[in-house]
Design a protein around this ligand. Structure first.
Ligand code: GLA
Length: 727
C-alpha cells in the first residue's frame, strides 16, 4: 500500500499489493484518469493520456475544449461543459444554470481513512490505511469537491467517495453526486450484474457491452430484489481463475445507479453512485454533502480473486459486529412453521423439541405485536399482543431460556400500518404527498425516517420491548419499497432530499440500536434479500438472503450473493418440503448442506418432523459445529455453477493456511448413462499432500486432474467431502 505524488510529472500513483491506480493533472487543472489495473512500478505513465493526439481527426487543435472534454479520461466529470458522456456531478445554481468546472487546486496524502459522516464505510487502523484527497473547486459557484481514494495494507481494493462543500455565497442544488467514475479503453468488456425478483435475488447475469449506456439501478428507495448495487466489467471469457475484472460495489442501501457507457472512441466510462432521479440536495453556504463510498476491486485472475478480495475486506474492515468471528447460535424461526398463527404455547412446543435436537435459539417472527394476525395491521404498535403471548414477553423468554435456548424477535421499524394505533396518533409520520392517495404495499405505509422525532419515537417503543426481556437477537425487516415521496417536514426545495435522508435515518437508528444493545445479534432483512448490501453489513454481521428457502433455488441465489459477500453473512435456513415457495421436494441432507454455506438455522415446525428427520437434524447440528469455523473464516472458491451447466453445483471453503478444506457438491439433476466426473478443486497448496476419503493426492493433482465424483441415482443429491493436509 503506497500513495505517491510525482511533483514534476503531476502524477498520483495509488498502489495496493497487486494493483495500481494512476491519476494525472492535465494543464494544471483537469483531474485525468491514467491507469487502473495490475501493479506497475513505472512512474512515467503520462503517455497513457494521449496528450499529443488530436481529439478529432483531422484536427490540429489539441486543446479545443469541446473536443478535449468529450474524449479524455477523467476522474470526476461534470455536467454542462462539453463532456457529453455520463457525468458524475451536476449542480444547479440559483440562477438555474447547470454547469460546473471542478478545477484541481491541491491534494493531501494522509495516513488512515476518514469515516464518512452518518454513512457506513470501510474502516481500519491509522497504520493500516492511506488516503489521497484531491481538492477541486468550481470558482464561479464556490463549490469545493474533495475526491477521496483510500487503500488498505491488506487489500487490493480502492475505496472512493466524494465530499462536497459550498464555500460560495449562494445556495446551490446538487442534482447528481456520484461516488466513482472510471474511464478506460474498451477491451470488449462484458457487464456482469446481479438481478432477480422477490424470492429470486441476485442471479448472476453477463451481457455484452455495446455502444451507448447500460445501467443497473434501483429507484425503490432500497437496494432492491431486482437489481443490485454491484457491477463488474469483465473481459470476454473471464472464468473463476482467468480474465480481467473491474468490480464496483456501493456501500449504500438506497437508490443507486451503476452504469457502463461505451463511447464513440471505444472508451468505457463506468460510474456508480446515488441515482440522480428523484435526488436534489440543497446546499446552503457553509453546508456540505458526503457521497457514500464505492469499493472498487480489480482482478487479473478472474472472478474468484475479486470475490475473495471483497470477502476479506468486508470481514476485516466493514462488518463491525462482535459476532463476526463467532459461531452464531443455531436458530429456529417460526415464520414458515406458523406464519401469523401462533401463541406462546405453540412457540414453546417448537422450542422444546428444538432444544432437544441441539438448536440454540428461538426466533419469534412477525405477528407478536399490536393486533397483528395477518399482514393487514399493527406495524408501529410495538407492544406485545398478550392475547397471543399470554403471560407477556418476559414470561415467554424466561420459559424458552429454561429450555437452554436464547430468544430472538422480529421487528419492522420503518413501517406503519394505516390500521394501527400509531397511525391514528401520528398520521403525518407516514411518507405521503398531501392530496394524493398514498401508495399502499403489503397494506402498509413507510414511516418518514428523514425526521428525527419519527426515528426516536419508533426507537423508544422497540427499545422498551428489548429492555423488557432477555432478547439475544433482532431480525430487522423492511417489507416494501418507497413511493409517493413526500415529507411533511421538508420545504418544497428540499423534497428531493427525502430518499437519501430516509436512508440516513435508517442508519442512525441501526447505529443507536447496536450501540445501546451491543450484545444483541442483529440480522437485517427486506422481504427476503432486498437489502443485502454492504451498507447494512456495517450494522449487522448477517442478512436474510431470500424468502426462497428451497435448496435448489438457493444454489443460484447463494452463488450470486457469495460472488461479492462473505458467506458468514448469508442468512440460510433448512425448511420443510414440499417447499413453500416452489413446491419442490429435496432430501433433508441437501437442505442442510446448502444452509451450511451461511449462518445456518431452521425455519419449520420441528414438532411435525419424522423421527428420521429429527435424527438428521442432530447430524446437521453436529456438522455445523464441526465446520462453521472453517466456513465462516475460510476462503471461498466456486468450482461449478448449476446456473450455467444445469446439472451440478460445487464450491469449496479452504482454510487460510490451506491445511483443510470442505468441498460441497450438489448433483442437481440426475442423468442416465453418464460416467464419473473429475472435479478440479481450487485453493489448495499444490506442493502439499491431502487426504480425501481415505486416499492421498497432491494438491496439484486435485487442482489439475481433479477429484473423481461418481454420479448418484436421483435428483438434488448433495455431499460434503473433507480434505485435509497430510502431516
Ligand atoms: C419478510 C421476511 C420473512 C418474514 C416475513 C414476515 O418477507 O423476509 O422472513 O419475516 O417478512 O412478514
Amino acid at each position: 500500500m503506497k500513495i505517491i505524488f510525482d511533483e514534476e510529472k503531476k502524477v498520483f500513483l495509488i498502489h495496493t499489493n497487486s494493483t495500481t491506480y494512476g491519476i494525472a493533472i492535465v494543464d494544471g487543472k483537469y483531474v485525468a484518469h491514467m491507469y487502473y489495473g495490475k501493479y506497475l512500478d513505472e512512474r512515467d505513465l503520462r503517455y497513457l493520456l494521449r496528450e499529443d493526439e488530436a481529439p478529432l481527426v483531422p484536427s490540429v487543435n489539441l486543446r479545443e475544449k469541446g473536443a478535449f472534454l468529450d474524449c479524455a479520461a477523467f476522474e470526476y466529470p461534470e455536467t454542462g461543459m462539453g463532456d457529453y458522456r455520463e457525468s458524475a456531478f451536476c449542480v444547479r445554481s440559483q440562477d438555474g444554470h447547470r454547469a460546473s468546472e471542478l478545477v484541481y487546486t491541491g491534494y493531501e496524502i494522509m495516513e488512515g481513512k476518514p469515516a464518512l459522516e452518518g454513512l457506513p464505510s470501510v474502516w481500519g487502523k491509522k497504520e493500516e490505511c492511506a488516503t489521497l484527497k484531491i481538492f477541486c473547486l468550481d470558482r464561479l459557484l464556490g463549490i469545493k469537491a474533495t475526491l477521496l481514494y483510500s487503500v488498505m495494507e491488506d487489500s487490493d481494493a480502492v475505496i472512493r467517495s466524494v465530499f462536497v462543500e459550498n464555500q460560495g455565497k449562494e445556495s446551490v442544488y446538487l442534482e447528481k453526486v456520484l461516488s466513482a467514475c472510471l474511464d478506460m479503453d474498451d477491451r470488449n468488456f462484458q457487464v456482469l450484474g446481479l438481478f432477480g425478483s422477490w424470492a429470486r435475488e441476485r442471479h448472476i447475469q453477463r451481457m455484452p457491452l455495446g455502444y451507448g449506456r447500460q445501467n443497473i439501478a434501483s429507484l425503490k428507495g432500497e437496494s432492491s430484489h431486482q437489481e443490485h448495487p454491484f457491477m463488474a466489467l469483465v473481459t470476454p471469457g473471464t472464468t473463476q481463475e482467468t480474465g480481467e475484472v473491474y468490480g464496483m460495489n456501493f456501500v449504500y442501501s438506497g437508490n443507486f445507479i451503476a452504469q457502463a457507457e461505451k463511447s464513440q472512441f471505444d472508451s468505457v466510462r463506468m460510474t456508480m453512485g446515488i441515482h440522480p432521479e428523484g435526488f436534489t440536495w440543497k446546499l446552503e453556504p457553509g453546508e456540505h454533502f458526503t457521497a457514500p463510498e464505492v469499493v472498487m476491486v480489480y482482478s487479473d485472475q478472474g472472478l474468484g480473486k475479486m470475490t475473495r478480495t471483497y470477502h476479506d475486506l468486508y470481514r476485516q474492515h466493514l462488518i463491525r459486529s462482535p459476532y463476526l468471528h463467532k459461531k452464531r447460535p443455531i436458530l429456529i424461526n417460526n415464520w414458515e412453521a406458523t406464519y401469523f398463527d401462533f401463541d406462546e404455547k405453540k412457540l414453546l412446543e417448537i422450542a422444546k423439541e428444538a432444544s432437544e435436537l441441539g438448536i440454540e435459539m428461538l426466533v419469534m417472527d412477525d405477528g407478536w405485536f399490536g393486533k397483528r394476525n395477518l399482514d393487514d395491521s399493527s406495524l408501529g404498535d410495538w407492544f406485545v399482543n398478550e392475547e397471543k403471548i399470554k403471560g407477556g414477553l418476559n414470561n415467554l423468554v424466561e420459559n424458552v431460556k429454561k429450555l437452554g435456548m436464547k430468544f430472538g424477535i422480529w421487528v419492522e421499524p420503518e413501517m406503519i400500518s394505516p390500521e394501527s394505533e400509531l397511525y391514528r396518533k401520528h398520521p403525518d409520520w407516514a411518507i405521503q404527498i398531501p392530496g394524493r392517495e398514498t401508495t399502499q404495499s403489503r397494506a402498509q405505509y413507510v414511516l418518514d425516517f428523514s425526521r428525527q422525532e419519527v426515528v426516536d419515537g419508533v426507537y423508544e417503543m422497540i427499545a422498551e420491548v428489548l429492555r423488557s426481556a432477555d432478547i439475544s437477537y433482532v431480525k430487522w425487516d423492511m417489507n416494501r419499497q418507497l413511493a409517493t415521496m413526500g415529507s411533511s417536514a421538508l420545504p418544497a426545495d428540499r423534497q428531493g432530499e427525502l430518499y437519501h435522508r430516509y436512508v440516513l435515518g435508517v442508519y442512525r437508528m441501526q447505529e443507536r440500536l447496536i450501540r445501546d444493545f451491543p450484545d444483541i445479534l442483529l440480522e437485517n432483512c427486506s422481504g427476503g434479500g432486498a437489502r443485502f448490501d454492504p451498507g447494512m453489513l456495517y450494522y449487522s454481521p448477517q442478512i436474510w438472503c431470500s424468502d426462497d428457502t428451497d435448496a435448489i433455488e438457493r444454489l443460484a441465489i447463494q452463488e450470486g450473493t457469495a460472488l461479492v459477500y462473505p458467506v458468514s453473512a448469508m442468512g440460510a435456513h433448512v425448511s420443510v418440503c414440499p417447499n413453500h415457495s416452489v413446491g419442490r421436494v429435496t432430501p433433508f441432507e441437501t437442505r442442510g448442506d446448502v444452509a451450511l454455506l451461511g449462518t445456518f438455522g431452521y425455519e419449520l415446525d420441528i414438532t411435525k418432523l419424522t423421527e428420521e428427520e429429527k435424527t438428521l437434524v442432530k447430524v446437521q447440528v453436529e456438522k455445523y459445529h464441526k465446520y462453521n469455523d472453517l466456513i465462516r473464516e475460510g476462503d471461498y472458491y466456486r468450482l461449478a455453477s448449476a446456473a450455467e451447466n444445469r446439472y451440478y453445483d460445487s464450491w469449496m471453503i479452504v482454510e487460510k493456511d490451506k491445511s483443510k478444506a470442505l468441498l460441497f457438491y450438489v448433483q442437481v439433476l440426475s442423468r442416465a448413462n453418464v460416467k464419473s466426473r473429475f472435479l478440479r478443486l481450487a485453493g489448495l497448496d499444490p506442493d502439499k499432500r491431502y487426504q480425501v476419503d481415505g486416499k492421498e493426492y497432491s494438491g496439484r493433482t486435485l487442482m489439475q486432474a481433479g477429484l473423481r465424483i461418481t454420479p448418484e441415482m436421483g435428483d438434488f443429491r448433495s455431499r460434503t467431502i473433507e480434505i485435509s493436509m497430510c502431516q
